[in-house]
Design a protein around this ligand. Structure first.
Ligand code: HEC
Ligand code: HEC
Length: 205
């Protein structure tokens, strides 16, 4: 089911505020004209599917699923990529000519797709350890108790295990430029084994 309309003209927006978890304004997109979409969003979604899966649930190692991510999180990340703040080499050529209207339409589409577990094996002992760590580190205070995310905070429930491990290491080690520093603090000092446990827990939710 595709929840986007081609060539939708939306009301003028004077600005879109992207807030960090602390409520600080981190980025302001100024949009002076109408939110035009480039090309066809349906065509775009076909391009995204090659890596992120037909229904937004990724079948490929280390590639994140987008299904069920909060709309605002997707807009925010695509914006950061387009502006070169979050560097994703695999997507650089794709995002550079996305219009603001495209970011919105793509985000709306993926937010509406039902998230599905990837089918990677979940180790129950690791998931249990992850659950304890998540309680101590209060992951649910930002990611929501069911880890579904909200606003600019990503869903981590049902995300791929391998991607979660990679992302958590990057965030802990300060290797994702532009990422929220509160997130890095949330995993500061954890070992690789701890991060793997957290990944098994989140993926199993
Ligand atoms: C050639 C493969 C490829 C294509 C095509 C691609 N992506 Fe990605 N995308 C990636 C990779 C790899 C990452 C993860 C980067 C990282 O490790 O931080 C990613 C990350 C993302 C993220 C951040 C997800 C998160 O959980 O942090 C979003 C949003 C996203 N892509 C949207 C899209 C959209 C929308 C399209 C189509 C316009 C698209 N991608 C096309 C490879 C691709
Ligand atoms: C203070 C709020 C906060 C807390 C606490 C927090 N996070 Fe996050 N987390 C964020 C934000 C904000 C992001 C988005 C980072 C960015 O800007 O790229 C994020 C991103 C992530 C990502 C990357 C997901 C993706 O799709 O790219 C993972 C994985 C993650 N958090 C896991 C956790 C885990 C596990 C915990 C507990 C140990 C935790 N977070 C605690 C706010 C928080």
């Amino acid at each position: 089911m595709i929840h986007v309309r081609e060539a939708t003209w939306r009301p003028l927006l004077s600005g879109l505020l992207l807030r960090t978890a602390a409520g600080v304004i981190s980025v302001i997109i100024s949009i002076t004209g109408a939110l035009a979409q480039s090309a066809s969003v349906v065509e775009r979604i076909k391009q995204c599917a090659a890596c992120h899966g037909e229904d937004g649930n990724s079948q490929m190692a280390n590639l994140p699923s987008l299904a069920g991510q909060p709309e605002f999180f997707i807009i925010n990340q695509l914006f950061l990529m387009r502006e070169g703040v979050r560097k994703v080499d695999a997507m650089a050529a794709l995002v550079k000519d996305l219009k603001d209207g495209d970011l919105q339409a793509l985000a709306k589409h993926y937010a509406a797709q039902p998230p599905k577990a990837s089918g990677e094996p979940i180790d129950p002992a690791l998931a249990q350890r992850g659950s304890e760590l998540a309680a101590t580190r209060r992951c649910g205070s930002c990611h929501q108790p069911a880890l579904t995310g909200a606003d600019q905070i990503p869903r981590i429930a049902k995300q791929r295990v391998d991607y979660l491990v990679t992302a958590l290491k990057e965030l802990r080690d300060g290797k994702r430029p532009g990422a929220d520093t509160l997130m890095s603090q949330a995993v500061a000092g954890l070992s690789d084994a701890d991060l793997t446990a957290l990944a098994h827990f989140a993926a199993s939710r």
